[in-house]
Design a protein around this ligand. Structure first.
Ligand code: KG4
Ligand code: ZN
Length: 385
């Protein structure tokens, strides 16, 4: 915290009683959310009254993309240091954007895992500092729950619904029955699709993040020219695998280079189109199975950066329509990592009675569904949840 921020914080009397009174009167809650589990330092202010649309009063994201660009992936130590440097400024910017001071908040919600431990720790320590200084309640939030509850933040989607988290760090199908009730129907056994897009871009000399550049190339290409595998379609259930696709792309690229001495624009576009079609087919088929296994759901929603992919969105929307289910894709800024989803998930957890204190710990691994077997593999975020 900057000294002046802490000074301001110390002058505020303990707010717990005031919060309970205020929340009891109108049910309106205003939360600060803090997110630092990967390579984005984010802070947001979210206000919600039962029965009303959620108000995102501020949503600030400081990206670290440039810091990691030279390394071809997120370097945990660099990420942690950058979070420590940026957190207080980001929090101050969010409060300023919302036009609020710490005294106007009802609680502080912070990502307490899963993710890169140095970053998670930095966020949790910042939140604890603010909570200790102000007396505000603290709510630790699972990053994946933040993503999984986003369709309620944006569209008030009633429970239960089916969720596909698909990003650079996650890939799982979740049935969401409540703010604290998740059942994992399947997930990746190795890489996340975003990692595969990023690796594909790297192998083809396209800029990072790979998703948007591969998608742009794929638009010009022929998806049928290269025969990429559709991993795990022969296995029952909803688990997925993407590491084989990476290898298949590398082999296909090397075969073209060996034959022609290099890659033409068309070769590159065809490789991208073939790769993207394989990811799309696998996700669409596994979504079909997940939908078939989900009784009584109110809709099918996606979140995560890969959900920005138009080809994928169209395929998932089509799959949902065939299953007679509505499809929901939140705006991109709320699909990718942000702190508004953390603040909102904190509000939902708070309403169910969840409270943390200064013993809250940062957890590198924190599965949403504790009954499901652990997922193996490790990606951009370190160990998978
Ligand atoms: O959710 P996100 O911002 O961060 C986490 O990984 O949690 O997702 C970033 C990932 C990157 O791997 C990026 O390449 C991928 O999402 N991505 C896309 C697209 N836009 C971003 N993948 C495919 N198509 C896109 N249009
Ligand atoms: Zn995420």
């Amino acid at each position: 915290m900057h000294a002046h921020c802490l000074r301001r914080a110390r002058m505020i009397p303990p707010a717990r009683a005031q919060v309970q009174q205020r929340a009891g009167m109108s049910g309106q809650l205003t939360f600060l959310g803090i997110e630092s589990s990967c390579d984005d330092t984010a802070a947001a202010v979210v206000r919600h009254s039962p029965g009303q649309p959620v108000m995102i009063m501020a949503n600030v994201v400081a990206s670290q993309t440039e810091l990691h660009a030279a390394f071809g992936g997120v370097v945990p130590e660099i990420a942690a240091r950058a979070h420590v440097e940026k957190l207080d400024l980001t929090i101050e910017a969010a409060l300023a954007q919302a036009g609020l001071g710490l005294r106007d908040l009802d609680a502080i919600a912070v990502t307490a895992g899963p993710g890169l431990i140095g970053g998670v720790l930095a966020g949790v320590m910042a939140a604890k500092g603010l909570a200790a200084a102000t007396g505000l309640p603290l709510v630790g939030v699972n990053h994946l729950a933040g993503h999984a509850l986003t369709p309620r933040l944006t569209d008030d989607l009633p429970f239960p619904y089916l969720m596909l988290l698909v990003s650079g760090g996650h890939c799982q199908f979740l049935r969401v029955d409540g703010a604290d009730s998740f059942t994992r129907l399947g997930g990746t056994i190795d890489d996340a699709p975003g990692e595969a897009f990023d690796k594909t871009a790297k192998l083809l000399g396209l800029p990072q993040p790979g998703g948007p550049s591969v998608e742009a190339e794929a638009r010009k290409g022929d998806p049928a020219r290269f025969a990429f595998p559709r991993p795990l379609l022969d296995r029952a259930g909803c688990d997925l695998s993407f590491s084989g696709l990476k290898t298949a792309l590398l082999r296909a690229r090397d075969a073209v280079v060996a034959k022609k001495g290099g890659l033409s624009r068309t070769d590159r576009a065809d490789l991208c189109a073939g790769f993207q079609a394989a990811v799309r087919d696998v996700l669409a088929e596994k979504a079909r199975r997940a939908l078939a296994a989900s009784q009584g759901i109110t809709g099918f929603a996606v979140a995560g950066g890969v959900a920005a992919n138009q080809t994928l969105r169209a395929a998932l929307e089509n799959t949902a329509a065939q299953a007679g289910t509505s499809f929901l894709a939140p705006p991109l800024a709320l699909c990718t990592d942000n702190a508004a989803m953390i603040a909102y998930a904190g509000i939902e957890r708070f309403r169910t009675g969840a409270r943390d204190d200064l013993t809250l710990s940062a957890r590198p691994r924190w599965p949403l569904d504790t009954k499901a077997p652990a997922l193996i593999g490790s990606g951009k975020r370190g160990a998978k949840a």
